[in-house]
Design a protein around this ligand. Sequence first.
Ligand code: ARG
Length: 462
Amino acid sequence: MAQLWGGRFTKETDRKVYEFNASISFDKRLIDVDIEGSKAHAMMLGSIGLLSDEEKDQMLNALDEILEDVRSGRSEITLEYEDVHSFVEAKLIEKIGQTGKKLHTGRSRNDQVALDMRLYTRDSIKDMKAGITELLKVLLDIISANTGTVMPGFTHLQKAQPVTLAHHISAYFEMFRRDALRLDDIYDRMNYCPLGAGALAGTTYPLDRDFVSEKLGFYAPTANSMDSVSDRDYLIEYLSALSVIMMHMSRFCEEIIIWNSNEYRFVTIDDSFATGSSIMPQKKNPDIAELIRGKCGRVYGDLMALLVVMKGLPLAYNKDMQEDKESAFDAMDTVSGSIELFTCMMRSMTFNAGIMRESAAKGFTNATDAADYLVRKGVPFRDAHGIIGRIVVYCLNNSKSIEDCSIDELRQISPAFDDDIYEHISLDTCVKKRLTKGAPSPDAMEGYIADARGFIENIRIL
Ligand code: ARG
């Protein structure tokens, strides 16, 4: 049991208390950022004369070595240390003795862990943004290749009106575009340096907080020392953005699962992204899509856990906050893994254009257009709606589509029909006529694609 704070105590910590209190098992992944932060602190202590140049250099070298030792496996972060901060300090003292003991001057583990989590989260936001960008590129490729791929659009999971695959996928492009922008916002709000806040009330040493902030690539130091050690808003915002990303992927996965079913066959998930059954030889299951849908719940849980941890905490630091890590890390791991697999699954999926078109042709998806046709011929819309409704019933009874009816059959229900009806309700016309901005016609989609391409080309790399 290696503890930093033995002096005040006359008894050893109970083993169970020690284990319950320790965070090393999960905060050891902060080793890189802990050392990065410690190096910036050491440089700053040197710059204000609290460390001599030799002491500072010795410390920087030793910190580098500690990281190297861990990376190469020469040194192991074991449960014998309370947390990652204790591990680094113990190793530093092992390496450079008395000088190592000076590193924690003007610093508390409260501002240290606040810094570590910000650095770690900042990196995660950058990676997440890169992952979403890659996904957007793959989606745009599918969109560009499918502006003429007609498929049914659904409401209530019932065929509604014809759209195109490009249009359907670009709805998701919009969701992930907003997700990307949300990450930018969070990054801009969280990129402030808490180091120098001390335990809660700053410090009497003349620390140069601007120096550390600049060294670590932050916009500026945080503005209030008590807030600095107790703010976890940025994690809550981030987990909430991650929850929205998962929700978007989960909805998409739900559609893919439906589209991949034997009944739909709109898509074929690549063999490398599906799994079989141990008993039913014919099965090819969309497990990856299902798992992403399932993991969405888990990320919501992580967000909820953190919200509840924070809700009753008085200022400033409380140990409850140590509970931020497992939820945050779990959400980050889950979402980055899900984005990566989802992107690969999309890239390797086959879209069955013929089947989609056939499906659009079958479900009366042109019924609204048929009603609009009658309106153009002078029939009031409400009457047109009724006429087409009766035609649909007639077609259902005779197992045909509206366009399969002869002009005489149509005229029996309304004399307003002319021969040009067939042209008006063909699937291609139904799609092509939808020209408004944001609508599925290939012409409207051309403008959309140009805009989306511009967005990706100029996307901000965090
Ligand atoms: N492991 C702790 C955490 O994650 C580090 C900060 C400890 N500070 C303290 N006052 N005990 O929050």
